[in-house]
Design a protein around this ligand. Structure first.
Ligand SMILES: [Cu+2]
Length: 171
């Protein structure tokens, strides 16, 4: 009697373990959904430019040169490992006359829109999404027909201030 009860307990335990195991596997199967979507081909009919970003808060490219009216596809790749909530990166190209300091101040006050200030959207010429580690996103746009210097930056609070900024020079 006792050995039988013991065996039943063992089997019950095994069944529970199998059950929770299968639940974990279901959750695991669901997780790749968004990742698969993110890996889908992005529209990039412009000249491809890849910019890396990582936990050191630097863009791998801080100067881009383009012809007036040239089509560009800028892909930002977050090669860091720190979670997005404390180390997200984006790539935002602004108008030539934009005040970047004021833009960044407004961005820091816009956590609910991934640090993209809604009131200053008119100053944004192109932008990627805010990326977590391992993510990438492409912004395809046509460079201005007006030669000049167009600032770009990461609008995550504090990042542009320590160097995540650069310039698109349209010639
Ligand atoms: Cu950043």
């Amino acid at each position: 009697m006792r050995p039988h009860a013991f065996l039943t307990t063992l089997l019950l335990g095994a069944a529970l373990a199998a059950c929770s195991g299968s639940q974990a596997s279901v959750a695991g199967d669901a997780a790749p959904g968004p990742a698969t979507t993110a890996a889908a081909p992005v529209p990039n009919d412009g000249r491809a430019i890849e910019i890396g970003a990582d936990d050191t808060m630097k863009f791998s490219t801080v100067e881009i040169r383009a012809r007036a009216g040239e089509r560009l596809s800028v892909t930002l790749v977050n090669k860091g490992v720190t979670p997005k909530f404390s180390m997200g990166h984006n790539w935002i190209l602004l108008t030539a006359g934009a005040n970047t300091d004021e833009f960044l101040t407004a961005a820091a006050e816009s956590p609910t829109t991934d640090y993209v200030p809604a009131a200053r959207k008119a100053q944004i010429l192109a932008a990627t999404k805010l990326l977590g580690p391992g993510e990438r996103d492409t912004a395809t746009f046509t460079a201005s027909s007006t030669p000049g210097r167009y600032p770009f930056l990461c609008s995550y609070p504090g990042h542009a201030q320590v160097g995540m900024r650069g310039v698109l020079i349209v010639e």
